[in-house]
Design a protein around this ligand. Structure first.
Ligand SMILES: Nc1ncnc2c1ncn2[C@@H]1O[C@H](COP(=O)(O)OP(=O)(O)OP(=O)(O)O)[C@@H](O)[C@H]1O
Length: 577
């Protein structure tokens, strides 16, 4: 465990200092106890010899003073260490996460990551100080006491020594049980937390459907499960707990019986028997306390594994001499094949998008449209073939340089809870007022801003909830203009937009491709976008089905013409309904 924690932290110096301090205190404690022997031997004689005891008392006094000073230093060190260690581990995780492929950030992984960074690192760092350090004491005090006991009577030292491996062996077995119980309890607690979040979020749906009792039944079920898991856990812990205490108690009784016997037979003095009795107590007491730390150590194991799991995710490979500028926005897919693990997404896909043009990606759900846009931005690396931007394989391009020239307009745009101006400035913080206004005009956002009560200074709410979906997309397109991105990847809203937003978003997309240096790829769901695209790439189950201009493909009876008719039909249905 110690080795594992040592490897986990990039700079384990602070942790080692805390542990060393604890170790020094533990050994000092054992040695101070050992001083009892010469002191008791000098005092518990028929004629007490205080002069002989005096030097030991002085050494003991100095030792105690040192112990007190070290304890005073160690306590605040422990407090700050736990905070600093958490901070260090968080930075370590964050640094690693910035090297991961963007495609790794699915919503469930994001949740796990957030929990690991916030909760797991904090608890692990705290346990590293509050459990690992006392656990060191629990081992080192008995070990030192044994050393000292050997100096008095090797026979009793052997009895104590026999207890140690036995207790540690029982401890090992117990730890496994305790670790399993801790994991089961953590899973049950997570289930409760998950259900609670679901229960909260689903309130509107549950109430609208008049089934709020069903929702609370699911919640109750999770709580019941957690309670019975907890009870089962306590039952399972009973046996290791009792067997461990049993070993420690038997050790103590054996020392007591043998000590009395040696005393009665005259082979051990009264002073030594008394000293040994005290040493035996100090030997067995920390050993007994060790079981209390077993669940903490089990929890540390589990938490360390969770941090290691994130750190083990392979980073996006880095080219040793990356190309540091983008020659042009020419995009080419050359025989690209890609799978998400075992799920094939694209097979042998080749097409080219020239600067100054708009390419519409169409195809049924799951045909690979989103994957194409992800590969352009290098969220993932292809399995075979290559994606070229400006004639250079994206794997050879400096990733920040690529992302600097790429703007992505998601279907569901997330805005920060600040003003509309700040949300736009994210794309280029130093943009002038005139540049902001030009970007807003091009994205047809100007008319939205005019309507807002505080204009540019209107706060958009968490996630941008004060704006409609189409308006949020316009903010995102305005960012692409402001950023002067030469590659723009758009996932057009598939759900219905009101006619005003629909035509504004289509116009904004059309404005983007006016720039002769810009390449626009849009996952198109609107006939308006399809009709104005320069090129259509139709996909079917990860393969290219058709490539051509909308006019060429409109009457072929192929996938594009079918989808076009469907979109048109849906549109007329919306208009007439
Ligand atoms: N993160 C992922 N992990 C595993 N499989 C994925 C992932 N994303 C997509 N897939 C799978 O890859 C295939 C292509 O998905 P993709 O999202 O590219 O299709 P799409 O045409 O954009 O679909 P839609 O129109 O529904 O968004 C599908 O089979 C999908 O289930």
């Amino acid at each position: 465990m110690i080795r594992r924690l040592y490897r986990l932290w990039p700079h384990p110096g602070l942790m080692v200092r805390v542990w060393l301090m604890t170790a020094v205190l533990a050994v000092l404690q054992g040695l101070l106890l050992g001083l009892l022997i010469p002191i008791l031997r000098a005092v518990l004689r028929p004629e007490p010899d205080f002069a002989a005891a005096a030097p030991w008392l002085v050494v003991g006094g100095l030792g105690l003073a040192l112990y007190a000073v070290l304890s005073v230093v160690a306590t605040p060190l422990g407090f700050t260490a736990s905070m600093k260690l958490a901070e260090q581990l968080r930075h370590h995780l964050m640094r690693h996460v910035t090297t991961l492929p963007l495609g790794w950030f699915t919503s469930d992984r994001k949740a796990t990551f957030v929990r690991t960074v916030t909760n797991v690192t904090g608890v692990l760092s705290q346990l590293t100080v509050t459990v690992a350090a006392p656990a060191i004491t629990c081992v080192l005090v008995p070990v030192t006491v044994i050393g000292v006991t050997f100096a008095v009577d090797w026979r009793l030292a052997l009895v104590l020594l026999a207890t140690l491996p036995l207790a540690l062996a029982v401890m090992r077995v117990s730890r496994r049980t305790v670790a399993r119980v801790s994991v089961d309890m953590e899973i049950a607690a997570n289930e409760v937390a998950g259900r609670a979040i679901e229960f909260g979020q689903a309130q509107p749906v549950l109430r609208a459907a008049g089934t709020s009792s069903t929702g609370s039944a699911r919640m109750r079920e999770a709580l019941d499960d957690h309670r019975s898991q907890y009870r089962r856990g306590l039952d399972r812990m009973l046996f290791p707990d009792l067997s461990y205490s049993g070993v420690v108690m038997i050790g103590y009784v054996v020392v007591l019986v043998l000590g009395v016997q040696f005393l009665l037979s005259g082979t051990l003095s009264v002073a030594d028997s008394l000293a040994l009795l005290i040493l035996a107590i100090r030997f067995l007491e920390p050993l007994g306390a060790m079981i209390d730390h077993a669940s903490g150590i089990g929890a540390m194991d589990y938490l360390a594994e969770r941090v290691e799991k994130v750190l083990r995710i392979p980073a996006l490979p880095h080219h040793p001499n990356p190309v540091r500028s983008l020659r042009s926005a020419d995009i080419e897919f050359s025989r690209v094949t890609f799978s998400y693990g075992d799920t094939p997404a694209l097979t042998d896909v080749s097409f080219r998008c020239r600067p100054g043009t708009t390419t519409a990606l169409v195809g049924p759900s799951g045909s690979g449209k989103t994957t194409i846009t992800r590969l352009v931005a290098r969220f993932f690396d292809v399995d075979s073939g290559s994606v070229l931007v400006g004639g250079v394989d994206v794997r050879e391009l400096d990733h920040p340089v690529l992302l600097n020239d790429v703007a992505i307009v998601f279907q569901d745009v997330y805005l920060f809870d600040t003003t509309i101006e700040e949300n736009l400035r994210l794309a280029r913080p130093e943009a002038s007022r005139a540049e902001l206004e030009e970007a807003a005009r091009n994205a047809r956002l100007d008319e939205v801003i005019e309507r807002l009560p505080a204009g540019w200074r209107t706060r958009v709410g968490e996630g941008g909830t004060q704006l409609s979906g189409g308006e949020r997309q316009r903010v995102s397109i305005a960012r692409a203009f402001l950023k002067r991105a030469r590659v723009v990847l758009i996932d057009e809203a598939a759900s219905a937009l009101d006619p005003e937003n629909e035509s504004a978003v289509s116009q904004a997309i059309a404005n983007l491709s006016v720039d002769p240096e810009r390449t626009v790829i849009v996952i198109a769901h609107r006939p308006g976008t399809l009709a104005t695209a320069d090129q259509v790439v139709a996909l079917d189950r990860g393969r290219i089905a058709e490539v051509g201009t909308p006019a060429d493909l409109r009457n072929t009876g192929g996938i594009f013409s079918r989808l076009y008719d469907q979109y048109e039909h849906a549109r007329s249905w919306r208009i007439t309904s």
